[in-house]
Design a protein around this ligand. Structure first.
Ligand code: THG
Length: 540
């Protein structure tokens, strides 16, 4: 019986408490009848006193914590269940007193995390009602949340449907996980089948798409990647103060760098592209990155930050044949010297103006190609017409995830969070301790020599023993850490699991076990990255 937050009674109106409504016998009757049939002992019982208690549900089952974006100094701690209340109390106390919470990662609870569509009353009602039904179910980690869908569609959506895309949802976006039309790629390949649970929301086509990316070239829909624009005469100095790296470099530079909190914990890993003297494009992880930047904007109005994700789109064109596909479509020079690794420039691809950035989360030669949404389909069709005759493919997120784990690229929110610092997480290379002050610098200097746990690469020999993330890791029967992300590596021919482990267990060759349902899976610490450690693929 959903009750909208606006309709909750005040103390004055309520008989007992605002969260307790009147017991209505007719609503309880069906459940009571089932109870009596299941538990004979209750058949003689009667209800002496009934209450109708409110539960608070949110669209993602996490509470709403933090400072209002509109009213400075107005703090929220709502939708907190009794089971979480003590932890939330501690977290809020730390946050209010210290300005950040060092005990727990709160990014999933932050009241500012939502995308605009997630605040629509219809969306809230539909998702919350479903969450009420599923709250105690065992859900597969990839199980999509159902209606309302589809919500956000990239300009490529119609083509993706034509290719038999199996869609999952990412931040409201429909994103292909694999394409049924690629089933023909399976010929001549043997893709190992995972165990039953891991084989849900999976197809052997995922493996074929991953291998094909490394063999030829693939188009990936990267539209769901959060894009922010930071601009204005103060933009360069502002960003320098916010990030761990140097980003006020030449126009055309792209930098992989980190946002830290004041305690040195990782708030996000981002890419910063300088597209003009006073214009930067930030590849981010979510709405909280925009919120964090906005909270720190100089008061004089010399910098603006806005979300440009809606209204734009992105295709990742990656693989050894990427240059053969792209160069004939443009007058701009896309040779190795014409656009170096981690450089950006504007170009026309056929009739479509793009911003091209030479980087790749899948670890292959190629570019992220950004354009406005209206021209997205034209860009897709132009690239596809050029890629197809060369044996190119379109590929989905399943392949993407496997390839990025082979390359050892971390994913914020899964592999690393506010609870971890860059040295522990293996992204210390993105910190420039010699640069001027930035948020988190002092705290990080204190933490640097004190790495007691590490994000560690494990491999699994048994090809059927694919794990999914969040499983415990055991050393000699003792739980010592947990898996963050995992996938089968279709190039290296082994299972991959990244895990947080005590530093003393992180030397390559160390055997550990991963708890998976009632089993223990043998795994071993591996040297990373597992694929192309010399970067010959990316820099060639
Ligand atoms: N593309 C863009 N922005 C992004 C992502 C992206 N922002 C969010 C998220 N993804 C950031 N994650 C990464 C992770 C790794 C890399 C890029 C973005 C990467 N790393 C090189 C490496 O470690 O070898 C960087 C080397 C260097 O610093 O020169 O490419 O997918 N636009």
């Amino acid at each position: 019986m959903p009750v909208s937050a606006d309709d909750i009674l005040t103390f004055d109106e309520a008989d007992v408490m605002p969260s307790v409504l009147k017991f209505t016998e007719e609503d309880f009757e069906p459940a009571w009848a089932e109870t009596r049939s299941l538990l004979p002992a209750t058949r003689e019982a009667k209800i002496e006193e009934g209450i109708n208690g409110l539960f608070s549900f949110t669209t993602d089952n996490f509470p709403l914590l933090g400072e209002s974006p509109d009213v400075k100094g107005f703090w929220v701690a709502e939708a907190v269940w009794v089971t979480h209340s003590a932890g939330v109390g501690r977290a809020m106390a730390e946050w209010l007193v210290d300005g950040h919470c060092s005990s727990f990662d709160l990014h999933e609870c932050d009241v500012n995390r939502f995308e605009p569509h997630q605040l629509a009353p219809e969306y809230v009602l539909a998702r919350d009602c479903r969450n009420f039904v599923e709250v105690y179910d065992i859900l597969h980690p990839l199980q999509p949340s159902g209606d309302p869908r589809p919500l956000r569609t990239s300009p490529f959506h119609v083509r993706q449907q034509e290719h038999g895309a199996f869609f999952l949802e990412a931040n409201g976006w429909e994103r292909p996980h694999w394409y049924e039309a690629n089933a023909s790629l399976l010929e001549g390949r043997s893709i190992p089948t995972p165990n039953d649970w891991a084989a849900r929301y999976w197809s052997p086509v995922v493996g074929a798409e991953a291998q094909a990316t490394r063999e030829t070239v693939a188009l990936y829909d990267m539209t769901a990647l959060k894009r922010l624009e930071v601009s204005g005469p103060g933009a360069a100095a502002f960003l320098e103060r916010m990030v761990t790296g140097r980003v006020a470099k030449s126009v055309g530079s792209v930098t992989y760098t980190l946002l830290l909190d004041h305690d040195g914990g990782i708030r996000s890993d981002i890419t910063v592209a300088r597209l003009g003297r006073d214009l930067f494009q930030v590849g981010a992880n979510g709405n909280l990155d925009l919120d964090w930047l906005r909270r720190h904007l100089p008061a004089d109005g010399s910098v603006q930050a806005r979300d440009i994700t809606p209204g734009t789109c992105c295709i990742g064109l990656w693989g050894p044949l990427a240059r053969k596909v792209l160069q004939p479509l443009t007058d701009e020079d896309f040779s190795n010297d014409g656009l170096k690794y981690f450089r950006a420039k504007r170009a026309h691809i056929g009739s479509v103006p793009v911003t091209a950035m030479r980087l790749s989360y899948v670890g292959e030669l190629g570019w992220e190609l950004y354009t406005t949404a209206d021209l997205g389909l034209k860009l897709w069709d132009t690239l596809w017409a050029a890629a197809r005759p060369l044996g190119g493919v379109i590929a989905g997120r399943g392949a993407f995830n496997s390839l990025r784990l082979e390359k050892g690229y971390r994913s914020f929110g899964t592999d690393m969070t506010y609870e971890h610092d860059p040295y522990e997480a293996g992204v210390g290379f993105a910190v420039r301790p010699d640069k001027d002050d930035f948020i988190g610098k002092a705290a990080l200097e204190r933490r640097k020599g004190n790495v007691r746990r590490r994000l560690t690469c494990l491999t699994i020999d048994d090809p059927h023993a694919v794990v999914l993330g969040k499983e415990p890791v055991y050393d000699a029967g003792r739980a010592v850490g947990y898996v963050t992300s995992a996938a089968y590596g279709y190039t290296i021919g082994k299972g991959i699991a990244y895990a947080w482990l005590p530093a003393e267990l992180t030397s390559p060759g160390t055997p550990v076990r991963i708890g998976y349902f009632d089993r223990l899976i043998e795994a071993v610490v591996a040297e990373e990255p597992l694929f192309d450690p010399t970067m010959s693929r990316l820099r060639g």
